[in-house]
Design a binder for this molecule. Sequence first.
Ligand SMILES: [Zn+2]
Length: 310
Amino acid sequence: MNWIKKVLNIGEKIKKVIRERPSKEDVEKSNWTTCCAGPILKTELQENQWVCKSCGKHHRISCKNRFDLFFGKDNYEIIDTPVPIDDPLNWHDSKPYTSRLKSARKATGQKCAVMIASGKVNGVTITAGAINFQFIGGSVGSAEGEAIIYGIQHAIDNQNPFVFFPSGGGQRMHESPIALTQMTRTTLAVNELKNKKLPYIICFTDPTAGGITASFASLSDVAISEPGALIAFAGRRVIEATVKEKLDENFQKAERVLECGFIDLIVERKDLSEKIATLLKILLKKNSVESAINIDETTENTRSISPIAS
Ligand SMILES: [Zn+2]
């Protein structure tokens, strides 16, 4: 083999290595993920509620993992939510929206990015919802909007407080104006919840941005966040380009957002159930007026007590 052939052969080998790099799906299926100290077994991370023991990073988790941690393993009921028509605009970018939906459903086992569940935490019955970032970046389209509204309706029908764990980049561009209308629809649904004087708690998880922050996620009675979560509307690069100055490292992180007064407290994942149940007991005045609540539940749909100022 002469030197020209040798060079060409090396080029082919490089191409082969690049071609054989694991796909996004392969990485997701792998037993390994990465954190501060390099590769880490997913099982090791799972044992610590998907929080890194070294740096404390709260890794992103699926809706089912979230409910398992919040309510206790399988100690809740998944509420089936309606799914409107897929791809109403017949959207096609680098690939059809329908094929993106198909891949996301296969990867997550969810029908849409939002899941709703109902269960008890420390004696308080709660309707809860969460967004799975793995489902098209946790973006909100018609199915997700419908699921959130359905969850709020479930809370109203059952006189439950509503707790939601948002995450995601905002409204889903593949559904354009239909996705944008979900901001208004979910806001109106939250207003209904408040009219019924039912508590509403949001716990921001990493990352929450765009239309999610700008609608239902910012309307809660108490706004909690997991440590280190990114909470934003516009992205950091867009803001830097607009204000023409370098933003500090903590910009849009939960800790800075707390300093600015946008959220009320930061709670570690291991303490979330306990803390949220305590807050709900206070908001519901559960200890002092337990019997009054029971009487109200049997006589009418709305409680006569005014547990929260909305
Ligand atoms: Zn780490």
